[in-house]
Design a binder for this molecule. Structure first.
Ligand code: SF4
Length: 144
């Protein structure tokens, strides 16, 4: 029942795994009335148990690795993971730092990647809107 309702209103959770905050600013901009993602039914949540879509920014630092895995495991299925920005997509330019695991997909599965340093709110919104369709398909597959 909850899953059926959620396909019309996916809730998102934003997590910074070690970014310079450039991409975080763009994600926060996305959540303002200027971009108005609530028209797609999206609401920003702080609890992974209430989230459907994870928006991850930054390279994954070794300190953030365990927290990211915990957030992922606590998010109910079906879930969608969107890596926002070059750091989250592939760890660049920090991929070979001693304290960095790399991009998000080195730690958890990623469904969509948004390029850019920093990634633009329009690009994140585009990924999210396309991601909602992918996420709906996952929800339907889970039901059948
Ligand atoms: S992609 Fe660029 S703006 Fe985004 S966290 Fe990395 S260095 Fe910062």
């Amino acid at each position: 029942m909850r899953r059926d309702a959620a396909t019309r209103s996916p809730w998102i959770l934003h997590f910074d795994t070690g970014s310079c905050n450039g991409c975080d600013l763009e994600v926060w901009a996305l959540l303002t009335p200027r971009y108005d993602v609530e028209r797609f039914g999206m609401v920003n949540k702080a609890n992974p148990k209430h989230a459907d879509i994870l928006l991850i920014t930054g390279p994954v630092t070794r300190k953030a690795e365990e927290r990211l895995v915990n957030l992922y495991n606590q998010t109910p299925e079906p879930k969608l993971v969107i890596a926002c920005g070059d750091c989250a997509s592939n760890g660049v330019p920090f991929f070979d730092c001693y304290n960095v695991c790399g991009g998000v997909d080195k730690v958890i599965p990623v469904d969509m990647y948004v390029p850019g340093c920093s990634c633009r709110p329009e690009a994140i919104m585009d990924a999210v809107v396309k991601g909602i369709e992918l996420w709906k398909r996952k929800a339907q597959e889970e039901r059948s």
